[in-house]
Design a binder for this molecule. Structure first.
Ligand code: PGA
Length: 242
């Protein structure tokens, strides 16, 4: 994995340029998309570029990265709902072009297999964006996630539940389990961009880039992915932009 450091104000534009290049090469490309605070500048920039005619989002397809087990798509506490609100609806990307992470508890194992099958039928992720959790997670691959894991239901750490709580209105009930694209599934993406911003990610980013790859900090598996780029702002990288 390479590291590129950019100024905070250039973070969204740099991430968006990666998506735009991919879509210019292949307008039907499947982009893997995360939720969270970190990708918001990416989504804002992409929507602005689309409105200005600089990129065509009318054929791109989206594979979601994770969600809560049991989440209802219409409910507020759902990553599907979050992605609708922050990007998909404004981009005009309907359900026919969105591969949602399954959330139905009763059929989750079979539905995760169907998700993987559909992703393969779509040709896999051409470009996958990831956020980085303070505990080293990517998607909801919490510490302990091995590099061969596939899409599955997982128990969430208290730190992840707390960190994600402010995506929703106060007192929202945060589920105890999530569903996530696996590390093995993530590593099959043809390009991966790990988005990292803010000083509170500096310590974990250093560990992810420099520590021995291990399940303790699942993002460290990306060290073994030559197609991966860590895109960090100066605060997260702890050094000036190139
Ligand atoms: P954040 O979340 O972008 O809200 O910091 C990242 C993550 O937990 O994956």
């Amino acid at each position: 994995m390479r590291l590129q450091v950019v100024k905070a104000e250039a973070f969204g534009a740099r991430a968006a340029s990666q998506a735009i290049e991919t879509l210019q090469r292949n307008p039907h490309a499947v982009l893997g998309l995360p939720t969270g605070h970190t990708p918001i500048p990416l989504y804002r920039t992409l929507l602005a570029k689309a409105a200005a005619g600089a990129v065509d989002l009318s054929q791109m397809r989206v594979a979601m990265l994770d969600d809560y087990l049991g989440a209802q798509h219409g409910n507020e506490v759902s990553f599907y709902h979050w992605l609708q609100e922050h990007f998909l609806r404004a981009a005009g990307i309907g359900d026919d072009r969105t591969l949602a992470i399954p959330t139905r508890a009763e059929t989750i194992a079979a539905d995760c297999e169907a998700y993987e099958r559909r992703l393969r039928e779509w040709g896999g992720c051409e470009l996958l964006f990831l956020g980085l959790g303070r505990n080293g997670h990517i998607g909801f691959n919490e510490p302990g996630s091995g590099k061969d894991t596939r899409t599955r239901a997982v128990r969430l750490s208290e730190s992840s539940r707390a960190a994600n709580a402010d995506y929703w209105t106060e007192n929202a009930a945060i589920p105890e389990q999530g569903v996530t694209m696996g590390i093995g599934t993530i590593l099959e993406a043809r390009q991966i961009v790990l988005l990292v911003s803010g000083a509170d990610k500096r310590e974990i980013l250093r560990r992810v880039l420099e520590g021995e790859p291990s399940a303790e900090a699942p993002a460290s598996w990306l060290q073994q992915a030559p197609q991966a780029l860590a895109l960090a702002d100066e605060a997260a990288a702890g050094r000036p932009a190139e």
